[in-house]
Design a protein around this ligand. Sequence first.
Ligand code: USQ
Length: 387
Amino acid sequence: MKILIIGGDGYLGWPTAMFLAKKKYQVFLTDNFSKRKIESENGIKPLQPIETLSNRVYTWNNLGKKKGYGKIRLISGDILNQRFLNKLLKNVKPDHIIHYGEQPSAPYSMMGREQAVYSQYNNIIGSLNLLFGVKGICPKSHIIKLGSMGIYGTPNIDIEEGYLKLKHKGRFDKVLFPMKPHSFYHLSKAADSLNLDFVCRVWGLKATDLHQGVVYGVNTKETIMNNNLVTSFHYDHIFGTVLNRFMVQAVCGSPLTIYGSGNQKRTFLNINDTLKCIELAIKKPAKYGEYKVRNQFTEVFDINELAQLVEVSAKELGIKVKIKKIKNPRTELSKHYYKPSNKSFLEIGLKPVYLNKKFIKETILYIQKYKVNIDKKILDPKIKWKN
Ligand code: USQ
C-alpha cells in the first residue's frame, strides 16, 4: 500500500513515516521546509539538532535494509506549486495521503498580519491544491487530513465528532459542528474542514479529518533507533506545546508558565497514540463521497493539572519546580464547560497510552541529557492575541 506523507519533516510527519515504513507500507515523503525557515527567522531551535530530511531518510533506509523494514522515498517540494504536486501525485498514485503539511503554530499565526496571511494562505491554498490534484489525478486516493480540536473552541455543549444533530422549529437536520476557533491558525483548519466536506459531497472524494488535540512526548520506537532519526521536539513559545514546554522548564529551572487562571481545558494525546490513530484511519478509511471526522485525543486536562503533575513527578526525581501564573497572552475562556467525544477511535480499536508520572519522569530524564541545548530566551511568551 502506497502512502504519501505531506509535511514529512515535522514533529509528527517524520515519526509517522518511520512507523509506517517499519510496517512495510511504501512511504513517500514531501515537505517545503517552511517550519525550518520560521525557526531560523525567529531564533528558535528544537531541543536536539535535527538532521536534514535527506540524511534522516538515508539513515532510515540504511538501517531498515538490515532489519527488513520498508524504504522511505523523499521528493521535496511545495504543494503550493500545483505543477510539482500534480507530478508527485501522478508518479506516486498513493492509496492514502496523510496531510500534515501546514504551518502548525497558533502563536505564530497571531504575530501580525503577515504571519496570519502566511498561515492561512499556506494551509488553506496548499490543501485546496491537494483537493484539485486528487480530483484530477488520483480520485481513488483517501485523504487523511490533520485538523485540530481547536476548531471547535470551548462551547457550552458537548463536542461531537464533526457533526451535530439539530432540532429547529420542529424540524431536524445534521449539520457540521459549530466552529469557534482559537486563532488564525485554527481558523485555517476550520476552512480546510469546510473545503474537505464540500469536495466529498460534490466530487465524491473520500476524506478523513482528524481533529487532533495537543500532542506531547519526544520519543517513539523508531526515533530512538539512531541519533539521526530524532524528531523536532520544540519547547519555545512559538512551536512548543504546553506539556512539552513544562517538562523542559522543569529541567532548566525556569518556572512553569501557566497562562491565566490555568482552568482552561484542552484535549491531549501521546505522540505514540498519534501514530496508532493514523494507522487506524488508514485501515478504516472514509467511503467515496464521505467526509469522516474523528476527534483524535485520549484525555482532557486543565493546565493547572498538567503543571501539578509535572511538579510532583519532578519532585520524585529530586527536582524542585516553580509554577508561575502569568497574564494570559491569548484570548481564551478562563473557565468553561468542556466535554468532547473521542468515541470514534476507541470504537475502532485505539488502546491509549495515558499520561502518568512515570512517563513524565522518563521524559524529564531524557530532556536532561540535552539540558545544555536549552535556550531560556525562547521560553517566555512574546506573542499576544491582542495588544
Ligand atoms: N499554555 C499555557 N502555558 C504555556 C503554553 C500554553 O498555559 O506555556 C496553554 C494555552 O493558553 C492553551 C493551552 O495551553 O490554553 C494549549 O496551548 P498549546 O500551545 O499547547 O497548544 P495550541 O496553541 O492549542 O496548539 C497546539 C498545536 C497545534 C494543534 C493544537 C491542538 O501547536 O498544531 O492543532 O495544539 S488543540 O489545542 O486541540 O487545538
